[in-house]
Write a protein that binds this ligand. Structure first.
Ligand code: PMP
Length: 372
């Protein structure tokens, strides 16, 4: 069975597993404890992992806060900003194509009296800069925009968005879950980004671990937010709880591997995507329609309609041959809000399938498509 649902999650890299195992067994110490070796070793391992993630993102290691994943990072940043800056304003701007961990958090804040603007997007799911500019007002405390869309792969113009938010002096948070470890991110080139969310399992790390980037000032003081989890004061007081050392080590190793192979992985994903596109066009000319853009996208993500075919039935039928999905795994029970927001009809949404690749795939494995 060919695994083509890498936007939902990825297979752990063998080197990641090897790096993690000692921290599940002999090196079991709590990194907040002191002096004895298992604690000091755990602390050193967390430090190294933090450096690997910071290096992947182009930021300082003290700007990395470990969380349980992007769902938590998104909740922490959005609720944390909303609470801390409530005397400054109550307006948040986001888009209609965010992950539920952003949309549901915003809906919750609306129920608490905050005002949320949900920006429309273009035919490929991208935000229009002019629209964003028009919506920013004195009460705006946060702009939260997805960097790379999980269903379509489209990349927002983060350079221009970062510049605008910097000029307007408004915090920018980006959900970078689908782009971290896949495209080059150098946060030093995006001074307008104050917060970023990512998850380890999207780039061959373990599940249940993620991070939030929180920008620091020249005195190395992090941008203030209200913590989501109060307690022992780990992670600079922003995210309490004993650190999941084995998972952190795994995410760090995955970040290091992704960083070292960014270019070659990218080239591989581009060629895998091209090959699948060619096969699909050859076999199903006239019966398919691609929803995704062909440029400015995460390589290796294809969203395609099989006209007149129910996507749930197709995914089920394909399951013995290949693992694909109808869209996001997190909203698989409902028709995609992302595809609806780009203007697809309910029939078009219900005939769409997402193929998402990883660099673990060999081109020869794509021959399975010939059996369709
Ligand atoms: N944001 C995006 C864009 C995602 O694709 C996902 C995972 N599907 C998340 C957030 C949530 O990540 P996690 O489930 O690891 O918390």
């Amino acid at each position: 069975m060919l695994y083509l649902d890498n936007s939902a999650t990825t297979k752990i890299h063998p080197q990641v597993k090897d790096a993690m195992l000692p921290y599940l067994m002999e090196e079991f110490g709590n990194p907040s404890s002191k002096y004895y070796s298992v604690a000091e070793n755990a602390k050193a391992a967390v430090k190294e992992a933090r450096q690997s993630i910071a290096s992947l993102l182009g930021c300082s290691d003290s700007e990395i806060i470990f969380t349980s994943g992007s769902t938590e990072s998104n909740n922490m940043v959005i609720k944390g900003v909303a609470d801390y800056y409530s005397s400054k304003g109550n307006h948040i701007i986001t888009t209609k194509v965010e992950h539920p961990s952003v949309l549901e958090t915003c809906a919750y804040l609306e129920s608490k009296g905050y005002e949320v603007t949900y920006l429309d997007v273009d035919h490929y799911g991208r935000v229009n800069l002019e629209d964003l500019n028009n919506e920013i007002k004195p009460t705006t405390i946060l702009v939260s925009l997805i960097w790379g869309n999980n269903e379509l792969g489209s990349l927002n113009d983060m350079g221009a968005i970062s510049k605008l938010c910097e000029e307007k002096n408004v915090f920018l948070h980006t959900d970078a879950t689908q782009v971290t470890g896949k495209i080059e991110i150098d946060l030093s080139e995006y001074p307008g980004i104050t917060f970023l969310s990512c998850s380890g399992h999207k780039f061959h790390g373990p599940k249940g671990i993620g991070a939030a980037f929180i920008k620091q000032d020249q005195y190395e003081i992090l941008t203030k937010i209200t913590p989501l989890l109060h307690g022992g004061g780990q992670e600079q007081g922003i995210r309490s709880g004993t650190l999941a050392v084995h998972n952190i080590v795994g995410m760090g190793k995955a970040a290091q591997i992704a960083h070292n192979s960014l270019r070659s992985n990218l080239n591989k994903l581009v060629s895998l995507e091209k090959k699948i596109n060619e096969i699909l066009i050859e076999k199903f000319e006239g019966q398919i329609h691609f929803n995704n853009d062909s440029k400015n996208k995460i390589p290796g993500v294809i969203s395609v309609q099989f006209k007149g075919i129910n996507n749930e039935l197709l995914v089920k039928k394909l399951a013995p041959l290949m693992a694909v999905s109808t869209g996001s795994a997190c909203s698989s029970s409902k028709p995609s809000h992302v595809l609806a927001a780009i203007g697809l009809s309910i029939d078009e949404v219900r005939s769409t399938i997402r193929f998402s690749m990883s660099s673990f795939i060999n081109e020869e494995e794509l021959d399975v498509f010939k059996q369709l």
